[in-house]
Design a protein around this ligand. Structure first.
Ligand SMILES: [Zn+2]
Length: 317
């Protein structure tokens, strides 16, 4: 038996909707690579379905009937791997990804520290395996909090894998007691939560006045990709449409995300997200392209031109 949570529109609260795409057992196990055993642990069975709809009033895509995760510890055990990922730095392709994360966190910390006469407080909201907290520690921040209700249960295991001194908690109350925070990161979270407005509001409450939030909202243009999704017989991890799966509940386009962020009280900043490349022999072309991309994105932000924006730095005034 499955337990469904029925949701209204995550942006406007309307219940007028048009079904767009239905996740089924067959789709998840045969077209996508979801292992049946894992699906069962998350509350699915052969008869379960979960449908992404389009709000008839504001146009936002969201999953209306979410299969509720069981409270069972088994889910938390699963998440140990889910959040862990491959953090091996032996893969040189990961260097640039870690560098991009370091660039983001560095900017966030420099922004948050401007004008401060005391040490700042950093939180990763939905910290997963702790990568961003490690970067904050490496940059010299004293108070670094890894908050994640689904993080691996063993505190010791978490400490063993991360830099010393990171305050790790699965409890929001404990996390709140460490704050308020001057810099918060929230990566790969908002698409997974049942109530994105409440999640953003919670983050807002955790922040000090003048604090900055780095947050990403993956751009999943379902209207454009629906034909490919419906026609797919096999989706691999490399395919762009592999981001359509039962753990993603929210498919906010930039305009929807920006509306939500503003309604919660945040101010959008025009920051861009291309880490610098050294201007060195053999890297001049990459360096030039990177600067041009930064310039182009910066202009788009300042002129308010919409595109598939995924990364934001928001400010709490
Ligand atoms: Zn709506």
């Amino acid at each position: 038996m499955t337990n469904k949570i029925i949701r209204r529109c995550i942006i406007c609260g309307s219940d007028h909707h048009v079904p767009k795409f239905t996740y089924t057992w067959d789709f998840l196990t045969k077209v996508r690579w979801s292992p049946p055993d894992e699906l069962r642990l998350y509350g699915w069975d052969e008869n379960s379905t979960s449908t992404v709809v389009e709000c008839s009033d504001c146009g936002c895509f969201y999953t209306r009937d979410v299969i509720a995760y069981p409270e069972a510890a088994s889910v938390n055990e699963l998440v140990t791997d889910h959040g862990g990922g491959d953090s091996s730095i032996e893969n040189p392709r990961l260097y640039s990804r870690i560098d991009a994360a370091a660039w983001t966190i560095r900017n966030l910390i420099v922004l948050a520290a401007a004008g401060k006469t005391r040490g700042i407080k950093f939180m990763d909201f939905g910290a997963g395996n702790g990568t961003l907290c490690n970067i904050a520690r490496a940059l010299g921040v004293g108070t670094v909090v890894a908050y994640d209700p689904f993080s691996p249960p063993g505190e010791q295991a978490y400490r063993d894998r991360n830099f010393p001194g990171i305050l790790h908690t699965r409890g929001l109350e404990k996390a709140t007691a460490f704050g308020p925070f001057d810099a918060v990161a929230c990566q790969s979270v908002i698409e997974h939560v049942l109530d994105p407005r409440e999640t953003l509001a919670t983050i807002y409450r955790l922040m000090a006045p003048g604090a900055y939030l780095y947050i990403n909202n993956p751009y999943m243009p379902l209207d454009r990709e629906l034909p490919a999704l419906q026609a797919a017989t096999k989706i691999s991890k490399r395919d762009i449409i592999s981001y359509y799966h039962q753990h993603h509940f929210n498919y906010m386009k930039p305009a929807h995300f920006e509306r939500l962020a503003k309604e919660v009280g945040f101010t959008l900043t025009p920051m861009t997200y291309f880490p610098p490349v050294p201007f060195a022999p053999g890297m001049r072309m990459r360096c030039t392209i990177q600067h041009l991309k930064s310039l182009y994105r910066g202009l788009q932000h300042r002129l308010g031109i919409n595109y598939g924006r995924q990364f934001y730095i928001l400010r709490r005034e």
